[in-house]
Ligand binder design. Structure first.
Ligand code: HEC
Ligand code: HEC
Ligand code: HEC
Ligand code: HEC
Ligand code: HEC
Ligand code: HEC
Ligand code: HEC
Ligand code: HEC
Ligand code: HEC
Ligand code: HEC
Length: 371
């Protein structure tokens, strides 16, 4: 009996060990670590460097192709192989401890983040600091935190509840992403109102197919704060944003611009011309309010009038045009839409029945936009 159990116990413990090993292999943590390290195994640093995505963040920016728009000057993002560990103002004496230490306590976060472009690439390509900077290239040096994890501010955290200031948080991201679309982040309305990059981005989880956003789509990101604007797009007349064919960022750059309110172009009209190019003209006969600002007549985010108009016709036109000098006394005080006996020719779409080319005319006999 005794001899048998002595003989069996090493065997059974070996079996147990094997089972344990297999289980470990299948556990997502190991899997994530293995995929991460296998990508760097047979390859040299320069192989990896070639495989990493381009860091020229705005090379495909449409503004650089449109001769009418101000080109954006692009600084490429800092490449992954130059990732540095950012300074943590609340833990000035902390040192980097390496991703292995972080993962020992944060296995779940590691699984969530290992697929990400950032973490995978920091692991593979961080020649400057070594692959161990995978976590600390964003979270800062972690020795203080590893010793005393509950001490607030011991590590750079990216939430508003955390001790880390929004300024420190954005400085980490801007350490690699300054310039390009973020040229005007400093001083932008979002920066002034204390937003952090992570109000809109979450590089730790895969929420969106692109742009590492905090919500599945751009419009949902913006709607998390601008619910009123998003709701206007549900009105009767709207551009196809709820249908998923447009995004707030077609017109706005949330990272900051030199134009209010965060418009991507110098003027409102330039923004509209990027898609409604035919409205740019040139016209032989221009309608002054069109040239001045499309918003004189249109509410871009949505309207309950036809074609995004700010007021129904004829009231829209009558805000600026009186009944004087109109041929055949068509417009008299009584005949106006607001008059005692409204004339049907000038009600409803009345004005447009005759003045069809309201945005401008190229017809030699179209000074009144009839043709
Ligand atoms: C000894 C275990 C341990 C180690 C090692 C560790 N952490 Fe933590 N970490 C924790 C615990 C526990 C919390 C939760 C603290 C709390 O809720 O107050 C935490 C919280 C955090 C937070 C959120 C902080 C906040 O204020 O919201 C971040 C970010 C973080 N850890 C990142 C890291 C990184 C990066 C590393 C590696 C440099 C690391 N941790 C190493 C245990 C650890
Ligand atoms: C690209 C920068 C970046 C890298 C690299 C990165 N993180 Fe994060 N981490 C963030 C951001 C941003 C958040 C805040 C996410 C959010 O909005 O909830 C975060 C949140 C966390 C939290 C807190 C989670 C919570 O729910 O509060 C922990 C813990 C954490 N990261 C650990 C890690 C570990 C471990 C690694 C390495 C495997 C890592 N991070 C790599 C940017 C990064
Ligand atoms: C060490 C440098 C570094 C740091 C720090 C860093 N990033 Fe990045 N990030 C990169 C590189 C390199 C790319 C890939 C560029 C490319 O795809 O052209 C990238 C890509 C991105 C993208 C685009 C992803 C896509 O799918 O288009 C976003 C968004 C982003 N980072 C946000 C952040 C945020 C937010 C932070 C701070 C929490 C951050 N990054 C911190 C280097 C960094
Ligand atoms: C108010 C929301 C918001 C904030 C705040 C924000 N972003 Fe973005 N960011 C976006 C959206 C939306 C996109 C996708 C844009 C697109 O696809 O046209 C984006 C795209 C990006 C990209 C990839 C495309 C590009 O422009 O090169 C990077 C990198 C990026 N952001 C970094 C940052 C950094 C760094 C910060 C903080 C300084 C930040 N973002 C703050 C909403 C935001
Ligand atoms: C975390 C909340 C938050 C998110 C998310 C957010 N914003 Fe904002 N946004 C603000 C605040 C706060 C203001 C300032 C409002 C004010 O001062 O009246 C603002 C202002 C603006 C303005 C007006 C700028 C001006 O000069 O008046 C625009 C345009 C804007 N945001 C667009 C966007 C877009 C596009 C997105 C999505 C990519 C977005 N915002 C996401 C909080 C947010
Ligand atoms: C077709 C272009 C376009 C789209 C798409 C668009 N906007 Fe705007 N937005 C504008 C213009 C133009 C203005 C200037 C309005 C003004 O000056 O009265 C503006 C103004 C704003 C303002 C500040 C003024 C206000 O009305 O409160 C906010 C905030 C804003 N937009 C957010 C958003 C959000 C969020 C989305 C997506 C749900 C979005 N916009 C989609 C063109 C657009
Ligand atoms: C990113 C492209 C884009 C930009 C920028 C843009 N639009 Fe549009 N707009 C569209 C699309 C797409 C439609 C829908 C066309 C259709 O249904 O045939 C549309 C439709 C319209 C309509 C007709 C709506 C209706 O109910 O029939 C008006 C009016 C309009 N846009 C005005 C503007 C104004 C004003 C601006 C500038 C502030 C602007 N658009 C900027 C893409 C754009
Ligand atoms: C004087 C008022 C006024 C101004 C200013 C104005 N529009 Fe219009 N727009 C209208 C009216 C009225 C209609 C409806 C026409 C119809 O239903 O036949 C319309 C219709 C449209 C349409 C949809 C039908 C079409 O013709 O394609 C678009 C797109 C449009 N406008 C874009 C613009 C753009 C872009 C600007 C600025 C360059 C602008 N509008 C300025 C009055 C105006
Ligand atoms: C925001 C003010 C404004 C609105 C709204 C407006 N207009 Fe005008 N319109 C003008 C101005 C200013 C002129 C140029 C008058 C001039 O050159 O003497 C003009 C010129 C005209 C002319 C040519 C007049 C001429 O003497 O050559 C016609 C026709 C006209 N508008 C029709 C309309 C119609 C129809 C509408 C409604 C769909 C409309 N307008 C809406 C301001 C406006
Ligand atoms: C039945 C067709 C018709 C309708 C409907 C109509 N107009 Fe006219 N309108 C004309 C004609 C024709 C002229 C040009 C007369 C000329 O060339 O001397 C004109 C001229 C004008 C002028 C320029 C007058 C000037 O100062 O020389 C304005 C402004 C104008 N219309 C605005 C309007 C508005 C606003 C409405 C709607 C309330 C409207 N029209 C409805 C046919 C019409």
């Amino acid at each position: 009996m005794r001899a048998k159990s002595i003989w069996l116990s090493p065997l059974s413990s070996a079996v147990l060990l094997l089972v344990a090993l297999c289980l470990a292999c299948w556990s997502p943590v190991m899997w994530a670590q293995q995929t991460a390290s296998s990508s760097s195994s047979g390859l040299s640093q320069s192989d990896i460097a070639r495989m990493l995505p381009a860091t020229d963040m705005g090379a495909n920016d449409a503004r650089n192709r449109d001769p009418h728009l101000r080109p954006v000057s692009d600084n490429p993002a800092t490449p992954f192989d130059a990732a540095a560990v950012p300074k943590s103002p609340l833990a000035p004496n902390a040192d980097a401890v390496g991703a292995k230490t972080c993962i020992a306590c944060h296995a779940l976060e590691n699984v969530q983040a290992s697929h990400s472009l950032h973490v995978a690439s920091f692991r593979a390509g961080a020649a400057h600091t070594g692959p161990q900077a995978a976590c600390e290239s964003c979270h800062g040096p972690g020795s203080d935190h590893a010793k005393n994890p509950t001490a607030p501010g011991s590590i750079i955290a990216f939430t508003h509840d955390a001790k880390t200031s929004a300024q420190t948080q954005t400085a980490v991201c801007l350490g690699c992403h300054a310039g390009g679309a973020r040229q005007h982040w400093l001083g932008s309305v979002h920066e002034n109102r204390g937003l952090s990059c992570t109000d809109c981005h979450n590089p730790m989880a895969r929420q969106s197919p692109e742009g590492v956003l905090a919500k599945p789509s751009i419009n949902e990101v913006c709607a998390s704060c601008h619910q009123d604007i998003r709701a206007k797009f549900n009105r009767r007349s709207h551009m196809p944003l709820p249908e998923g064919q447009m995004a707030c960022t077609d017109c706005h750059n949330p990272h900051g611009t030199i134009t209010k309110p965060l418009l991507k172009t110098d003027t409102v009209n330039e923004t509209c011309y990027t898609c409604h190019a035919e409205k740019r003209g040139p016209f032989l006969f221009e309608h002054a309010p069109v040239r001045q600002n499309c918003l004189n007549c249109h509410d871009v985010h949505g309207s309950n009038q036809q074609t995004l108009l700010v007021a129904p016709i004829p009231m829209l036109c009558q805000q600026c045009h009186t009944m004087t000098r109109h041929p055949n006394d068509l417009q008299t005080t009584n005949g106006l839409g607001t008059g005692l006996a409204p004339d049907e020719r000038i009600m409803g779409r009345g004005c447009l029945t005759c003045h069809t080319n309201i945005h401008g005319s190229n017809n030699p006999s179209g000074p009144k936009f009839h043709k």
